[in-house]
Design a protein around this ligand. Structure first.
Ligand code: PGA
Length: 253
C-alpha cells in the first residue's frame, strides 16, 4: 500500500469572493503546521489566481475544466488557462457537474486526459445515488464509473486521485457506515489495479460526503482511505483545520 501523505482537499463549490482570502491564508498556515498532510483547496475559478498568491504551502486547484485547449467555447475554461492562473490540479466529474451539466463518464475522462496534458494533477469523482445504493447496485455503479472515467494515457497514474463521494452523503450530514466505505474503497482499488497494474496501488482514494472535524478521524482511519474531499467544512479555516489535524494523526495542537 502507498506510503503517501493523506490528501485533504477543500472544494469550495460556488462559494467565495475575495473577502474569503483571509480563510485561504489561515488554511495555508494550518497546512504549514501539519507538513505530514497534503492540503489543497479548490476555490471558484475567479479566486484561483489570488488564492495561489496568498498561499505559500497548500495546493490550489480548480473544480472543473473543459476538455480542449482553447477555441469557441463561450464561458468555458481550458486546463492550460487553469495552469496559467496558478492551478496545480483539477477536480473532474463531481456529481454536481454530472447532474447539473449532464456530464458523462466519457466527458469526464476527456477532461482528465486534457488536464494531465496541461500538467495538472487530477481528482476524478465517482459515487452512487441513493436509489442505486437502495437497489444494492452501489458497487457496480461505482466500478463502472471508475472504469469509464479515469484517464488511461501513458503515465496517467501520476498525480491521479479518485474521490468516492456517495451522492446522498454530499451536503446532507449523512455518511455511509465505515464498513461500507471500506468495501467501496476496496472495490475501487481492485479496479485501479486492473486498469493500471501494480501502479494502481499508488492512486490515492479520497472519501467525500459530509466529512466534518468530528467524523474525520474515524473515516480517515478506514483502510485505503487516502484522504478526504471536503465541501461545507472547508469553507472556514476553523472547521477545515479540525479535519487537517485529524489527518495528521495528532490529537492535540
Ligand atoms: P460536503 O461536500 O463535504 O459538503 O458534503 C463534499 C463534496 O461535494 O465534495
Amino acid at each position: 500500500m502507498s506510503q503517501q501523505r493523506p490528501y485533504i482537499v477543500g472544494n469550495w463549490k460556488m462559494h467565495g469572493t475575495r473577502a474569503m482570502l483571509g480563510e485561504v491564508r489561515a488554511i495555508d498556515r494550518a497546512g504549514q503546521r501539519h507538513p505530514k498532510v497534503e492540503v489543497a483547496l479548490a476555490p471558484p475559478f475567479t479566486l484561483i489566481h489570488a488564492a495561489r498568491k496568498e498561499a505559500e504551502q497548500i495546493g490550489v486547484g480548480a473544480q472543473d475544466c473543459h476538455p480542449v485547449d482553447g477555441g469557441a467555447h463561450t464561458g468555458d475554461i481550458s486546463p492550460a488557462m487553469l495552469a496559467d492562473a496558478g492551478a496545480g490540479f483539477v477536480i473532474v466529474g463531481h456529481s454536481e457537474r454530472r447532474t447539473d451539466h449532464a456530464e458523462t463518464d466519457e466527458l469526464v475522462r476527456a477532461k482528465a486526459e486534457a488536464a494531465r496534458k496541461a500538467g495538472l494533477g487530477v481528482i476524478v469523482c465517482v459515487g452512487e445515488s441513493e436509489a442505486e445504493r437502495d437497489a444494492g447496485r452501489a458497487e457496480d455503479v461505482v466500478r463502472g464509473q471508475v472504469d469509464a472515467s479515469v484517464p488511461t494515457s501513458a503515465g496517467a497514474v501520476e498525480r491521479l486521485s479518485v474521490a468516492y463521494e456517495p451522492v446522498w452523503a454530499i451536503g446532507t450530514g449523512r455518511v455511509p457506515s465505515l464498513a461500507d466505505i471500506e468495501a467501496m474503497h476496496r472495490a475501487i482499488r481492485e479496479r485501479l489495479l486492473a486498469i493500471y497494474g501494480e501502479d494502481g496501488a499508488e492512486v490515492r482514494i479520497l472519501y467525500g460526503g459530509s466529512v466534518k472535524p468530528d467524523n474525520a478521524v474515524e473515516i480517515l482511519g478506514v483502510p485505503d482511505v487516502g484522504g478526504a474531499l471536503v465541501g461545507g467544512a472547508s469553507l472556514t479555516a476553523e472547521s477545515f483545520y479540525g479535519i487537517i489535524r485529524a489527518a495528521s494523526g495528532e490529537n492535540v495542537d
